[in-house]
Ligand binder design. Structure first.
Ligand code: GLU
Length: 550
């Protein structure tokens, strides 16, 4: 028997690889166009780090008129979760990272280089595995799990490098006849690569982020096809990225140590390797040190978190670009109004060590992004969010749309808009006091400097008596507040008070605080004049009376 017959025995139905090589021709792309892919496993959890990588994938493809594709790596069926694919699709869609090609729904895909679900590519991997076997470059291995474990312990005890290689690769030298006999006897097996590498030799690799790296060659006879007939990640990655004509593999740097193996696989398979860029993980500050953002410990690790909290996707994108390329900040300063789509991302400007992902900074970015929204946009976005997460807010927004839009328009659409809203889940709190039914139920008034009840009542009475006129414009209102202050022995202006504090009971700010607390039960609100205008005469009057009569 020869290798070819062995290969036929193992994969009798597999096609010639020339069939697939012809089926997937070179892409017709312009010079320099990049083909990138996001290749997640459908584990039901999309990590913010994966979103970071996809954002980079998408940008590089788009900037170069290339293609960004989604391939789902579902060959590890133990890790698969129902709805996992949908979760990935939702995350990409939410962040505007629509793919040009690949999986687009649980059941559909687009593009000529599919299937894009690895579990549907079984026969393709087997064809290539068969080809390697027929050339003596891969072989069946009959070692049981117990044998492998035994080997591992022996190596560990003897302090020998672990793995299936060299003299430890027992089945490598079984001989074709023995292999055939075992197969015919029904023994279980997997397929291993017959690694041509030597540990004492070096390979050079150029990573687009980390630069030149030298590694020892791979000499491990790694598994390429598992007992269930599906490929391992390593084997599938090489075949898929080759057949899908991926030019740039951008992935987490936990894969960097696999580079020697991957390059070897490309060589053994006769493929041209893609370019690699290994992205350092997003980090979090903790106890003065840094650690990876963790799915277990940090809610912000889940992409779904941003959706649930109503942190706008454009804010997350903005922040991620900020930590991806240090020149982003400068670009943003020069182009405050431009869409992040226009920012040109460069891989060689990415840091080699893990960037700090600080949720507090992200929320600051988010406050800025939201501050630029029109009142209509923030209304629509809040409503959409509320429909998913907050029935009460939804009702409030829908019951009187115009009123809600007016509230949301307070200090918006101006040169210095309000910046107190970081997420749509803050909206409810920011509007509550504008609704009597909620306002009336709210607990007590908490005043600041002026807290004596008699004094407060006097301020209110005087205000209503001599100064309250809802039709006043802002300037007039403000002038009247000053007059009121003066009449009651407070300074008209803070600076007057600061000059001679002993001359006054307080200043204009203390007076407006009283009014603010009575009308909103809050010490911090946006512009009180605007609030009063929207509430209207009757509500303002009622709120003041409520206090006076309490
Ligand atoms: N399925 C692999 C992962 O989720 C893909 C890595 C890659 O991008 O090649 O880690």
């Amino acid at each position: 028997m020869d290798y070819k017959e062995l290969a036929d025995l193992i994969f009798p139905n597999a096609k010639e690889i020339s069939y697939y090589e012809e089926l997937y021709p070179e892409r017709n792309l312009s010079e320099g166009a990049k083909v990138t892919r996001f290749a997640p496993s459908p584990t039901g959890f999309v990590h913010i780090g994966s979103l970071f990588v996809s954002l980079i994938d998408k940008k590089l493809a788009k900037q170069s008129n290339g293609t960004f594709l989604l391939r789902v790596e579902d060959t590890d069926q133990k890790r698969e979760v129902e709805g996992g694919v949908q979760g990935i699709l939702d995350a990409l869609k939410d962040f505007g990272l629509q793919v040009d090609e690949g999986v687009v729904s649980e059941k559909e895909e687009i593009g000529k280089y599919g299937p894009y679900l690895q579990s549907k590519r079984k026969e393709i991997y087997q064809a290539y595995a068969k080809d390697l076997i027929s050339k003596g470059l891969a072989y069946p291995c009959f070692c049981t799990a117990e044998e492998i474990e035994e080997k591992r312990l022996t190596q560990e005890n003897a302090k020998i490098r672990p793995g299936y290689y060299g003299v430890w690769a027992k089945c490598r030298n079984l001989g074709i006849d023995n292999m055939v006999e075992k197969i015919n006897n029904g023994e279980k097996y997997i397929i291993r690569l017959k690694s041509p590498g030597r540990e004492d030799k070096k390979i050079k690799h150029h990573d687009l982020i980390r630069g030149n790296i030298e590694f020892p060659e791979n000499d491990q006879d790694i598994v390429i096809i598992k007992a269930d007939g599906l490929p391992t990640y390593h084997f599938a990655h090489a075949i898929d990225d080759h057949l899908m004509k991926v030019t740039h593999v951008i992935r987490g740097d936990e894969w960097i140590s696999s580079v020697p193996l991957h390059i070897q696989l490309f060589q053994v398979l006769g493929f041209k390797p893609p370019k690699y860029a290994h992205i350092a993980p997003l980090m979090k500050e903790e106890d003065g040190g840094k650690r990876k953002i963790s799915k277990r410990k940090d809610p912000e690790a889940a992409v779904s978190y941003y959706h649930k909290e109503g942190i706008p996707e454009d804010a997350v994108t903005e922040y991620l670009l900020n930590i991806a390329n240090s020149n982003f900040e400068e670009w943003r300063r020069a182009n405050p109004e431009k869409s992040t789509d226009e920012f040109e991302l460069a891989l060689n400007k990415m840091g080699v060590s893990g960037a700090l992902f600080d949720i507090v900074k992200l929320l600051d970015v988010s406050k800025n992004v939201i501050s630029k929204y029109s009142k209509e946009k923030i209304y629509e976005d809040s409503l959409k969010w509320a429909k998913a997460y907050d029935a009460e807010l939804k009702t409030v927004l829908e019951n009187d749309k115009d009123y809600a839009i007016r509230i949301l328009g307070i200090e918006r659409g101006i040169e210095k808009p309000r910046k107190d809203i970081a997420k749509l889940s803050d909206i409810k709190y920011s509007m509550e006091y504008m609704y009597d039914d909620i306002f009336d139920k709210q607990s007590n008034y908490e005043f600041q400097k002026v807290s004596d009840e008699k004094e407060i009542k006097q301020i209110l009475e005087k205000y209503v008596e001599n100064y309250f006129d809802i039709s006043d414009d802002k300037q007039m209102w403000f002038d009247k507040m000053k007059d009121l202050a003066e009449e009651l022995g407070y300074a008209r202006e803070v600076k007057l008070f600061k000059k001679e504090p002993e001359q006054y009971k307080g200043h204009i700010g203390d007076i407006s605080m009283v009014l603010r607390v009575v009308i909103t039960k809050r010490q911090n609100t946006p512009d009180l004049y605007e609030i009063m205008q929207i509430l209207g005469k009757e509500k303002v009057q009622k709120r003041i009376n409520n206090y006076l009569n309490k």
